[in-house]
Write a protein that binds this ligand. Sequence first.
Ligand code: C2O
Length: 557
Amino acid sequence: MEPWIRALLILLLLPTLAEARLRHYNFEVVMKNYTRLCSTKAIATVNGKFPGPTLHAREGDNVVVKVINNINYNLTIHWHGIRQLRTGWSDGPAYITQCPIIPGQNYLYNFTITGQRGTLFWHAHISWLRATLHGAIVILPKKGTPYPFPHPVNQKIIVLGEWWKADTEAVINEATKSGMPPNVSDSHTMNGHTGPVRNCSISTKGTYTLHVEQNKTYLLRIINAAINDELFFRIAGHKLTVVEVDASYTKPFITDTIYIAPGQTTNALLKADQSPERKYLIGMSSFMDSPVAVDNSTNYGLLRYKPSLGGSPFVLTAMPSLNATQAQRNFIHSLRSLNSKKYPAKVPLSIDHSLFFTMGVGVNPCATCLNGSKLVGNINNVTFVMPTISLLQAHYYNISGVFTDDFPGKPLISFDYTTVNYTGSLATMNGTKVYRLPFNATVQVVLQDTSIIAPESHPIHLHGTNFFVVGTGIGNYDATKDSINFNLVDPVERNTIDVPTGGWTVIRFLADNPGVWFMHCHLEVHTSWGLKMAFLIENGDGPNESIMAPPKDLPKC
Ligand code: C2O
């Protein structure tokens, strides 16, 4: 090549290498009929698709999504795991950062993806609409930046979900009225498919199929978009190498079972190194090690090699049992931050705010409910009551009477949290309380499950920031004994982590994102019951340390 042509090419290419792009998406939310399990119902979809369209971007890009509400429900969309630095107005949880988009209206979500790469997902964040309103977010590394693992030939998105034959809004409304737990789903879904065997007919038409070529390596982007089910995922005959969770790189580790809670995402390399003369089952099944567990049946997809040979025999896989605590714990304990020079784990080492949050379910009186009482979720015995305008607006415009900033930093009464013979009151207090943090405070939160009704696992999700998981264990957290074993070197960085059944998990984060950030259990049933709270992070004094002004089209309540 002539030197001047090369120089010209470099000049032409430079801006695309360095500059971030603007990515524009149109999300029109419409009802559409879908048939699953031999029955048809209208579901809320983005652009008619279930699961919804994938949002593609690169680290550093500015993403603008026009959400058009053409259904008869109030709506918001949340970009789960996107940090939303100073752009809380685009985060999406209804009544936390915005009022809902009412039917017939639009809202432009506008955010920049900073310091994140990998897989996340978007979902509706109001009532139970996320049952069908969800889809993948794929964030590629910056141009010219390779993955810190062997480059895969291809990538496949696998969205795991749940399907109800009934209307899910009716399911949660019914449960709220009665005060009782909502019905469990009728099936799991794999990229929207309910699988081969479902009472009505046996066919492979409703089965998700992953096509691979022998000896090639694929990057699987696995997303748990289920409403209430923590899941195991396996591919018969194949091992998976986990390289990333919640859009943070991990030290690669090889496993045959992936554990994934609602709100979590996992990237894993799959090497197609088996015989192409067979078909391999892909299994997804529930994990629930609480004594109050209800099972949902296992769903299967298929892995097939190309070219495929007709009539090839199946290779089966046995899924872990419903209460396979050890399989869950093994997976969680294997996760470590990559913690390389380029991607260091910036774990806060000194702590300004040391918090202790208990979480569980209680019972409050309810005159109109079935038994005169209702189940409620709580953190530190506070059941969160949704405000009628968003907390972020109330904070930004100094509107009083919407929330109080007295969320307790520890339980008001302490007791043996994991005892099965709890004799105290089952009642909780109601409140719209936030915990206030100064800009750049370092925070540690011990998340402790209680057994007041029954011990249960809670995938806790924090908006607006990732956290490091420095420790986890079973039983009551013991500050002196347990803090000695914290991993402060390469703990996994995530946005959603399980508080184990009858146990505890300790997270640390830096409060460097001003705004109001929701924290809640990502089992939607528990969120609906009030297992949620919010952190208010104050503005800093620096030029880029304040929340941006709200957009003009911010929906009104
Ligand atoms: Cu994925 Cu507040 O949620």
